[in-house]
Design a protein around this ligand. Structure first.
Ligand code: PGA
Length: 257
């Protein structure tokens, strides 16, 4: 792993395996130090392709090395509106398939924003309150969207935004189209933790992999802070780990498009 300064921020740069190891080490240390104190570790977790190798490594550590998730509480960042938990593209289903089914977390400690509700505002407020009641998030994992969203906080999301119902950006819908078998099948709305909800986490780890993320990572780390690129708000958090693969970390200035 290499340290690379991008704008005011410092990234840890490595290959996919090195990134998974480094982030898993950090997470394992948190979980186990909390367990030693008899306390819960409150995690905010993310779906998408980016964290899959990390989740595979956590499962391996559980299976081969006895890493326990018994003292873990997990809050998912976001969920599509209208997809039931049995829908394979729901984030609920993805989290169970890619992580929770394979570790010893207590199902009662798994929370994903509601996807089916009569009153979106009430549903979102209830989720925000659940996080608050758990004592806030110790450690929040993030990916980054092609236009700089974190969670589903699309362009225009304020630093003070809280957990709420949002309309998905066209780019987000296009990026999801393949896995839904066409744009017309992608939900148009979601519930997401807000930018403020995310920034309240005591530690944030953003992971990005691949050349497609290069420009937006650079913009988020070195560009102007503001709701044009919601990930740029992370610059002001003070305890963010940026974990990038070589492709995502390369300066877009050096790359021919
Ligand atoms: P990805 O999604 O990990 O599938 O690239 C990241 C995101 O949209 O936040």
């Amino acid at each position: 792993m290499k340290k690379v300064k991008i704008g005011t921020q410092t990234a840890q740069v490595g290959d996919t395996d090195e990134l998974s190891q480094a982030v898993a080490d950090e997470l394992q240390a948190l979980i186990q130090s909390r367990a030693a104190e008899g306390k819960m570790a409150v995690l905010g977790l993310a779906t998408g392709k980016t964290p899959l190798p990390l989740y595979a490594e956590l499962i391996r550590r559980h299976r081969d090395e006895g890493l326990s998730f018994k003292n873990v509480v997990s809050f998912n960042l976001d969920e599509y509106e209208g997809l039931g938990r049995d829908h394979e593209r729901s984030y609920w289903a993805e989290m169970w398939k890619n992580l929770f089914d394979h570790v010893d977390i207590d199902p009662a400690n798994v929370a994903v924003p509601p996807s089916i509700y009569d009153d979106a505002e009430e549903a979102a407020l209830g989720y925000g309150k659940q996080i608050w009641d758990a004592g806030g998030i110790d450690w929040q994992l993030l990916g980054i969207g092609g236009e700089g969203h974190i969670g589903f906080n699309e362009k225009g999301s304020a630093a003070t935004s809280l957990t709420r119902r949002v309309k998905l950006a066209q780019k987000t819908i296009e990026d999801a189209a393949k896995s839904f078998g066409g744009e017309e099948n992608v939900p148009t709305h979601a519930i997401t933790m807000g930018v403020e909800t995310i920034l309240r986490a005591r530690r944030i780890v953003l992971m990005a992999r691949g050349v497609a993320k290069q420009k937006i990572v650079y913009r988020a780390m070195a560009g102007e802070v503001g709701s044009e690129v919601p990930a740029s708000f992370l610059q002001e958090h003070g305890n963010v780990g940026w974990f990038l693969d070589y492709d995502a970390a390369r300066s877009p200035k050096n790359v021919r498009n």
